[in-house]
Design a protein around this ligand. Structure first.
Ligand SMILES: Cc1cc2nc3c(=O)[nH]c(=O)nc-3n(C[C@H](O)[C@H](O)[C@H](O)COP(=O)(O)OP(=O)(O)OC[C@H]3O[C@@H](n4cnc5c(N)ncnc54)[C@H](O)[C@@H]3O)c2cc1C
Length: 416
């Protein structure tokens, strides 16, 4: 029997809540069950590897639970980050096929809405900024139509007459991230991954005992090797490869050698979930404006976001944050004030010092793969995150712009 078949048989006979042996071994361990960890687990399991994912809470309950779900490489882009813009564009082009494959693998819908976005300006400065965005997009072969107020209001009649200029981004779409994480979890489960919730990762195991294929990790002599994870319960899980996808908390994982670390900071975002009791129709497309956005769902729900705050691990929802969102949105779409409030929530975007993700193996430490730091774009980047993890598992080097090694300091250089 193959190792995968062996594992699948184990899963089938495993009771819903089993007593784990003191050490379980896998090909791939994934720490963190947000969109990054789940897509990594799905792709690795799909490729025939024995996978175990661990999350301390419910799956998808971190930043991925809060995200608005815009797939907006251009309208979210910062022209000073061209590599990230290109990665976002690649991800956006991948999304329709990715959504179709995920829906079929999970047996559930993910609510991809291909309705495009309108970016609107209220004054001359904002209008000039839109023209710069349009130039950058054109340089990358992305067409954005420049709309005068009357044309913008023909597309979205709920826009206020005060709109000065708009850009139509026909390829900036949206999904429901809560459906995405549920579908990724189901697809990963169906592909044979073991998903364990409510269990906290305590530390990385370095140079532990035997890895899952029975070989001692001696090939690289004295190079440190991550051999798995110790849970705070004391249980040890070992694997050939460990994917760190701990979101905003990924910078603090105890046990990692300094050469393998990536600095990660939480960037707080507050948003509101609103509902029109009359059903859909206030706006069809995502409407973006300086400081926020209003994303429509198909069922008459809307997401109004989001603040961007550097306040450590604070997730309180504040009156001031919500006031600013409502004030700005209602200037442009006055009807937003008629909507019912369903939820006010805050989450923590995981951000590296250069705001680009870390995807791949660090230098100087074996057995470790980073999948994190997606900041404002973790949902958009899900398809390319899954690809990057698979490439890393197959031994391919990380793309330099997203390689963890860009944050390694002197002792990493010495080990490499
Ligand atoms: C307000 C807001 C709006 C956003 N809107 C968008 C958007 O429109 N489009 C877009 O593409 N992106 C958006 N994002 C960004 C997106 O949400 C993130 O980039 C993405 O969710 C990050 O996914 P992740 O898996 O890395 O982290 P998370 O989803 O945070 O997952 C990390 C997981 O690790 C677990 N964990 C942490 N520590 C431990 C431990 N010690 N042991 C076990 N488990 C642990 C947590 O429980 C959590 O489940 C938004 C974010 C916010 C906050």
């Amino acid at each position: 029997m193959t190792r995968r078949a062996d594992r699948q048989q184990l899963i089938r006979i495993m009771p819903a809540k089993r007593d784990h042996t003191p050490t379980d071994t896998f090909d791939v361990l994934v720490a963190g069950g947000g969109v990054a960890g789940l897509v990594a687990a799905w792709r690795a399991a799909q490729a025939g590897r024995a996978v175990c994912l661990v999350d301390r809470g419910e799956l998808g309950a971190g930043a991925s639970h809060v995200a608005a779900g815009m797939l907006a490489p251009v309208t979210e882009a910062d022209p000073r980050e061209p590599a990230l813009l290109e990665l976002g564009l690649e991800a956006a082009w991948r999304w329709p096929g990715f959504a179709e494959e995920l829906e079929s693998a999970a047996g559930m819908g993910v609510a991809l809405r291909r309705t495009g976005s309108l970016v609107v300006a209220r004054d001359r400065d904002e209008a000039e900024a839109l023209d710069r965005v349009r130039e950058v997009a054109a340089g990358l072969g992305v067409t954005m139509e420049r709309l005068l107020p009357s044309a913008a209001r023909r597309l979205e009649p709920a826009l206020a007459p005060t709109v000065r200029l708009a850009l139509h981004a026909p390829d900036d779409h949206s999904v429901d991230p809560r459906l995405i994480t549920a579908a990724l979890a189901e697809a990963a489960r169906r592909a044979g991954a073991v998903l364990r919730c409510g269990e906290e990762v305590g530390e990385a195991l370095i140079d532990g005992a035997v890895v899952s294929n029975g070989r001692e990790p001696t090939a690289d002599g004295d190079r440190p090797r991550i051999t798995g994870l110790r849970l705070t319960s004391g249980e040890r899980l070992t694997a050939t490869d460990t994917v760190v996808a701990l979101g905003a908390w990924a910078g603090d994982l105890p046990g990692l050698p300094s050469a393998a670390r990536v600095p990660m900071r939480p960037v707080k975002g507050q948003l509101l979930r609103l509902r029109d009791p009359e059903g859909p129709g206030l706006i069809e497309r995502t409407v973006r404006f300086e400081g926020g956005y209003l994303v429509p769902r198909a069922d008459g729900r809307y997401v109004l976001g989001a603040t961007q705050e550097e306040r450590g691990f604070d997730t309180t929802v504040t009156a001031g944050g919500l006031y600013e969102l409502l004030r700005d949105a209602s200037e442009l779409v006055p009807g937003v004030l008629e909507l019912e409030l369903e939820e006010a929530i805050a989450g923590l975007r995981p951000a590296t010092p250069d705001n680009a993700p870390v995807l791949g193996r660090p230098r100087g430490v074996d057995g470790l793969i980073w999948a994190g730091g997606h900041h404002r774009n973790g949902v958009l980047l899900a398809p390319v995150t899954g690809d990057a993890v698979l490439r890393a598992l197959d031994g391919e080097p990380a793309a330099p712009a997203f390689a963890p090694a860009r944050f390694a300091h002197a002792d990493a250089e010495a080990l490499a």
